[in-house]
Design a protein around this ligand. Sequence first.
Ligand SMILES: Cc1ncc(COP(=O)(O)O)c(C=O)c1O
Length: 391
Amino acid sequence: MSAIMPTYKRLPVAFVRGRGATLWDAEGKPYLDGLSGIAVTNLGHCHPRVTQAVVEQAGELVHTSNLFRIAGQEQLGAELISATGMDSVFFCNSGAEANEAAIKLARRTGHNRGTAQPTILVLEGAFHGRTLGALAATAGDKMRAPFEPMIPGFIRVPRDDLQAVHDLASNRNIVAILVEPVQGEGGVRPLDPIYLQGLRAICDEHGWLLMFDEVQTGNGRCGALYAYQRLNVVPDVLATAKGLGNGYPIGACMARGEASLALGVGDHGTTYGGSPLACAAGSAVVNTLADTRLLARADVVRERLLAAFWTDLVEPDNVAEVRGLGLMVGIEVTVPGEGLVLAALERSAVINVTAGNTIRLLPPLVMSDAEAEQLGRVVAEVVNQASEVTT
Ligand SMILES: Cc1ncc(COP(=O)(O)O)c(C=O)c1O
């Protein structure tokens, strides 16, 4: 019996080494990484700048406490603020924690304004994490039902439906709307930019906070440091994690305006959040992503990958839709989704399937054109193969 709780269905491979877009197993077999640890190693495995920063900081000072000033935290905070136009940052360790901070920040804003039962609008298809607050914001009975009762204070509305939000405008408890600019786990579904701009306008009209969960879309993944920077909509609260440390755990909840001052002394905290080591990794990532040529790779790699995919796909009817933004690529297929991941693994490529039958590709920004084409070919092959089996 395994010593590990059986909370994951694991694939039959263990990687021991990684560089750029390549992973190796213990036998030395290379795999092309089309997943980046689920949108985490956006700069590729063991990016030299991140590795150097982590190694140097680990030799200097790993952890103190948020009881003290932390120079690296102040530095990364300043870097993020300058890159985003937000006004302040709370550092934590994961995406769920970044969203918990956002939820608490919204509730605190409500209480500061005299709203006793602050309520947050969330979307159908949303995924915000597995902690109880984030889970309450997440959609889907399968994940939620075993852990009822959910914490109250959320109202769910359909995605891309501005009228549904307008219809709630008279509800005086609403303080915020929390959305992912591209729903990742929900099937790589970008929200309509017009919808997002509409949400901005509604939030401005009613004094609600527009909160973006950029845990998966952020840190270069969508071709900008944060996806909102491509969408002409600026949120009031920005939660991120995943790629911020390129594999070293770090999350951040950023805010601007009134929201940036909502949480005061004692309102929130974490032992590890914003440690010298985590922030060294974060600074290395943010400074590396300041290179716009690297961000521009998101669209180029996407195009190369999809071009090769379409070339080798035998039956276009096997694809229902291709969605996404930058290097969040979703290919919804009409063939059965299960089996595709293993079939790709047999062809030495790591891919993912989400929301049943959407192939989710999240390769690193450093993937070469040739690697992108190879990945596109493998994805076409596994779809072709699944189609042969089912017909
Ligand atoms: C949009 C989004 N929010 C939150 C999370 C949760 O992040 P974590 O697993 O780091 O808690 C995820 C993870 O997949 C995510 O995609």
